[in-house]
Write a protein that binds this ligand. Structure first.
Ligand code: BGC
Length: 248
């Protein structure tokens, strides 16, 4: 296993990257960030990822590179596109990133990467049984881990809730768009997490995404039988998880 790796996290609004210390999960460089190009089209995102990669400085050929992306990823192909251009659907994205960066990469769903990071370095370390990490952001991402092992592509942000796609009701973007108070947003989160509990009976639920830094505003308002805690790697989780997976 390599001791350092690059992690790149492609999101609906920003593309972030850093070099990661695999033993500790800490970032060894500043976190670089570029805006996701409008429309999130493949060529534009590929160009932005290359620009970000170049900002990280000289990366040795033996250094693994992991890239995470907000879509279902099967055998390196992007099979959905909720908050990026529909042009991604069905693309062999892993190959496209490899050609662009001129090296092999590990390609994974963004929430899955975050879940792996929390399981190894963060709030789900040593967690037994079923952990569900949800990332609240532009959409809702999910990672399911059983005894620390990832069950990939769970996409629980797209569960149907009261006739709607859950992420359109309960994501951070929904809170912002509708200018919901913490209390009103927490009511939606209550419905969402209750539904997760009913379907999966998890042992632990983690809440990640940038908003988890304000978790004291909404987690105490939720009444669930499952322990629910903020994720600890916050906005770095995708970067760290993608790097960790690439280093294996
Ligand atoms: C996508 C997921 C992604 C999540 C968070 C959802 O809309 O379908 O693949 O993990 O957003 O970015």
């Amino acid at each position: 296993m390599s001791t350092t790796a690059v992690g790149i996290d492609i999101g609906g609004t920003g593309i972030k990257g850093a070099i990661v210390d695999i033993a500790t999960g800490e970032l060894l460089t500043d976190r670089m960030k570029l805006a996701t190009p409008d429309g999130g089209k493949p060529d534009d995102i590929l160009d932005t990822v290359l620009a970000l990669f170049d900002q990280l400085g000289e990366i040795g050929e033996a250094t693994p590179v992991g890239v995470c992306f907000p879509a279902i990823i099967i055998n390196g192909c992007t099979m959905s596109a909720a908050n990026v251009s529909k042009k991604w659907i069905g693309l062999d994205a892993e190959k496209l990133f490899e050609a662009k960066l001129g090296r092999s990469i590990h390609f994974v769903n963004d929430a899955d990467a975050a879940g792996v990071a929390e399981a190894r370095y963060g709030a789900a370390r040593d967690a037994k049984g079923l952990t569900i990490l949800t990332t609240l952001g532009t959409g809702i991402g999910s990672a399911m881990l059983f005894d620390g092992e990832l069950i990939p592509n769970s996409e629980l942000g797209h569960l149907e809730l009261d006739g709607h796609d859950a992420e359109s009701l309960a994501s951070t973007s929904a809170k912002e768009k509708e200018d919901l108070s913490w209390k009103d947003w927490a009511k939606r989160l209550q419905r969402y997490y209750e539904h997760l509990e009913l379907l999966f009976s998890p042992d632990l639920i983690l809440v990640g995404g940038g908003i988890s830094k304000s978790s004291e505003e909404f987690l105490p308002l939720l009444e669930l039988r499952t322990p629910i805690k903020p994720a600890t790697l916050r906005n770095n989780a995708g970067i760290v998880g993608a790097a960790e997976l690439a280093s294996r």
